[in-house]
Design a protein around this ligand. Structure first.
Ligand code: PHE
Length: 397
């Protein structure tokens, strides 16, 4: 076991009670054949809470990547140990988790988070302490704007939201769209802003804008107002749990138009909770897992063999973030955090599951997005969009 799990003891609890891991003197060493010479990588994620499927998928894939690395000889002969902290899907816990990973666990690099608000909180700690961090899947631009230690292996929301705007406008032929935003999530507010800018620049109209907060569960008041504005589609740039409830309540109110969203919809729980309410809806994502390319198929087979389930795009991005970090560690002049950072920054054409990854000057990765259509409860690839500035050929929905 090259890995230490602390899901039962989130950072906030550990710190609040003073039961920090330094007090247990290297529990990881006693639980493994560690030589004490392991390279410690920290991981923080939403293993519990409303975004739990994000954290679990990401963690599964990082675990797979580490196993493969260590069985192939590690980093120049040294094994990597990933220490994982649950932040319970909360930004304040994310900051505490990262502090713990760096100060108590002595992580020399950090992987995480998925949700942008959590990555911003954790990223500020990494930057302050000079430890490189790679977010697998946070798309809000503010994450990597924190500073030169913070990277991501995915595209950002000005691109993703423009892709959805292009699809709404050209692909669905919609000119009147409503927007329903979670104002407690930077991902949702950022996506909203970018979508509106792109959609109105194409000549579209936002017929109504409504918002909700993180703990809301009854959306009927806002949905009634949205129905009265007669949109041709509704953008809901939130996370799967909210989106599923909103979709069910919208259908119950007689709203039949397509619902649109972004990568935050990507969870098996979207359909488990929302069921048929999501049929014929669309969202942008990082890859289609049924993509027939050999790299994707090989990853899907390895993930299925280990976990007995099909990976989602979070898993693919988690896998890419870990492998890109390991490649940078192998290439780095030394394993000091600043040399690792420089090696990550120099990454060009890294062959990821989610495409070739070049870290650009803003420490982001430019890659095409896919539009996923939900057909009979299944996520199916509808089209790929590399440049939202280019009009699409109209396609029947
Ligand atoms: N992009 C989302 C965010 O920044 C997180 C996410 C990525 C969710 C990929 C699902 C799939 O918050």
């Amino acid at each position: 076991m090259m890995r230490l799990k602390m899901w039962h003891a989130p950072a906030a609890v550990l710190i609040a009670t003073g039961i920090v891991l330094s007090g247990c003197k290297s529990p990881s060493n006693s639980a493994s054949q560690s030589t004490g010479n392991d390279i410690i990588v920290g991981e923080y994620g939403s293993l519990t809470g409303p975004q739990a499927t994000f954290g679990k998928s990401t963690d599964n894939a990082i675990q797979l990547a580490v196993e493969q690395l260590n069985s192939a000889g590690g980093i120049n002969g040294r094994k990597v140990k990933v220490v994982t902290q649950d932040d319970m899907s909360q930004a304040n816990n994310a900051a505490l988790a990262v502090q713990n990973l760096i100060d108590q666990q002595h992580a020399i690099a950090v992987l995480g988070e998925v949700a942008s608000s959590c990555s911003e909180a954790g990223g500020r700690v990494c930057q302050e302490k000079g430890i490189p961090m790679i977010s697998p899947s946070s798309t809000n631009p503010a994450v990597t704007q924190i500073g030169d230690d913070i990277f991501r292996v995915c595209f950002i929301d000005p691109f993703q939201a423009a892709v959805v705007a292009r699809f709404a406008h050209d692909g669905l032929g919609a000119t009147r769209v409503a927007v329903f935003t979670n104002t407690d999530q930077d991902y949702s507010t950022g996506f909203t802003k970018n979508f509106i800018a792109a959609f109105t620049a194409m000549g579209g109209t936002i017929v109504i804008q409504k918002s909700y907060g993180g703990s809301d569960t009854d959306f009927r008041g806002s949905l009634t107002a949205i129905a009265q504005a007669k949109p041709q589609a509704i953008l809901i740039p939130g996370y799967y749990q909210d989106v599923a409830s909103i979709a069910k309540q919208a259908r119950a109110l007689g709203i039949t138009c397509p619902l649109l969203g972004g990568d935050g919809w990507d969870s098996p729980d979207l359909i488990k909770i929302g069921g048929a309410a999501l049929n014929n809806c669309y969202f942008s994502d990082h890859l289609a897992i049924d993509d027939p390319t050999p790299a994707v198929a090989k990853f899907v087979a390895a993930y299925k063999a280990k976990y007995g389930q099909t990976p989602d795009s979070l898993a693919a991005l988690g896998y890419d973030s870990a492998n890109l970090l390991f490649a940078a560690m192998k290439a780095a002049k030394s394993l000091t955090p600043s040399d690792i950072r420089d090696a990550i920054a120099a990454t060009k054409n890294f062959p990821g599951i989610t495409g070739n990854i070049t870290i650009n000057a803003q420490r982001n990765a430019d890659k095409p997005a896919v539009i996923i259509k939900i057909v009979n409860g299944q996520f199916t690839k509808y089209m790929s969009i590399a440049n939202p500035d280019v009009p699409l050929q109209p396609k029947a929905s």
